[in-house]
Design a protein. Structure first.
Ligand code: EPU
Length: 419
């Protein structure tokens, strides 16, 4: 298993180009199952989760031609597609559940594995299933699989999600695109990745409109061929902005519209970072002394992203004073805390709130990654630690950060991948 060796503390200076968004690419790729015509998706990030989704599409019968740089996929679907998403495919990436909506909508049946829990929480899919049922999907759960079918095309309906869910909103939007008649989805997640999905579908002739948290979908019979460029990864960008703030760095973050991380940039400004935004780049200068923020709370967009919580915690460890972070999205997303403590952090957890002492002098140590964002938090802490840190199990990082060691090396981090 690969690991990283980081020799801290490191200075951060230079520029970094942000890759395409993993969490926008996944639903867009799943939605290509709705098409009879060729689709071209550009700006895919070269990360493991995208390979997993492409392999899943291939296993269902899609033909995929990747460009030389592997960022563009040309996708055509066979006349006869398979509708079986196996456990081995779904268990490695929960995002695979996003094929259920398009399979049932386009092929009227599917056998899709239940994803199971994961380290950050139980992550059930009850909202996906209940809402798809309202569109006419019949299903039973047997042997760990969702056996689903519908009598022909799904039928538009009025649906209100009991709670905001990114995945359920995406699955339903994709399914309703080819349903008969109108669908109204209320209490939707409105993360930028979801808006990117609806922009993609509309570029192919779908009829989707937004009004606040309500999504109005007028079902169409079929979609046209289209070419679409996925948005940039706001969490990757946010992670690099935290790195610059944390290490008193000076960084140019390129290739992303700053408005997608406005909330997080506002937080970084409050810690003392000097930030200038342009149409497609951010200039960020970290402060000498990081100011603590009393209460950070993760929330659905436009709140502070849960996918930035672990990185912000490292920043608060280095702040000159006490702070707290409340995690409101996932029930168990503090796996990084014990590992940060091994590097010297003083953090106390009570229910879903972490109380952080601040003024931490991180000392390099051997630590272990548990999930994608927890792993990147350990990388950030190692960058500002004294001495060597070994970060084990970095396959979690490879799932969602494109060649992170190359990007970090370029801006001054002494990092090495050990095979
Ligand atoms: N939930 C349910 N029932 C459902 C669906 C969700 O109870 O049917 C709960 C979840 O357990 C969780 C909350 O609702 O407590 C929110 O979950 P959501 O459905 O919004 O999350 P997701 O779709 O599973 C996506 C991202 C995550 C990101 C969350 C929140 C993808 C592929 N994944 O997950 O990304 O943290 O939204 O923004 O888009 C990551 O990239 O590291 C990552 C975990």
């Amino acid at each position: 298993m690969d690991k990283f060796l980081i020799n801290g503390p490191c200075k951060i200076k230079g520029n970094v180009t942000i890759s395409g968004s993993k969490n926008a690419s996944l639903p867009i790729l799943a939605a290509t199952l709705l098409f009879d015509q060729t689709v071209i998706i550009k700006n895919l990030p070269r990360v493991k989760d995208i390979n997993t989704m492409l392999n899943l599409l291939k296993s269902l019968g899609s033909k995929i031609i990747l460009s030389k740089d592997k960022r563009t996929a040309k996708i055509f679907n066979k006349k006869k597609m398979k509708t079986f998403a196996s456990y081995s495919m779904v268990k490695t990436m929960r995002g695979s559940i996003l094929v259920l909506g398009p399979l049932i909508s386009k092929y009227f049946k599917s056998k899709t594995s239940l994803p199971g829990g994961c380290l950050i929480g139980a992550r059930p899919i009850n909202y996906h299933l209940a809402a798809l049922k309202k569109l006419g999907m019949k299903y039973e759960l047997r042997d760990g699989y969702i056996l689903a079918k519908s009598k022909g095309r799904l039928k538009g309906a009025n649906i209100k999600f009991p709670n905001i869910s990114v995945g359920a909103t995406e699955n339903l939007i994709i399914a309703a695109t080819l349903a008969k008649g109108k669908t109204t989805l209320k209490n939707c997640a409105i993360e930028p990745e979801i808006k990117d999905l609806t922009k993609f579908l509309n570029s192919a002739g779908a009829k989707i409109k937004w009004s606040g948290r309500t999504c109005l979908i007028n079902g169409v019979n079929s979609l046209n061929s289209t070419e679409y460029e996925v948005m940039a990864d706001r969490i990757e960008a946010g992670t690099f902005c935290v790195a610059a703030t944390l290490a008193n760095g000076n960084l140019e973050v390129k290739n992303l519209r700053p408005d997608v991380i406005k909330t997080e940039l506002d937080l970084l400004k409050r810690t003392g970072a000097i930030i200038k935004t342009y149409e497609k780049k951010i200039l960020i200068k970290g402060p000498k002394k990081i100011k603590p923020i009393k209460h950070i709370k993760t929330k659905e967009w436009p709140g502070v992203a849960t996918d930035m919580q672990a990185q912000l915690m490292v920043l608060m460890c280095k702040a000159a004073g006490k702070s707290s972070i409340t995690e409101n999205i996932f029930e168990n997303r503090f796996m990084h805390v014990a590992e940060l403590q091994r590097l010297g952090a003083k953090i106390n957890i009570k229910n879903n709130t972490a109380k952080i002492e601040g003024n931490t002098k991180f000392i390099g140590a051997e630590v272990m990654s548990s999930d994608l964002r927890a792993s990147v938090a350990l990388v950030l802490a190692a960058i500002v630690s004294n001495g060597k840190s070994h970060i084990n199990r970095i396959y979690h990082l490879d799932r969602g950060y494109e060649k992170i060691e190359n990007k970090l090396k370029k801006i001054g981090v002494k990092i090495k991948r050990i095979k």
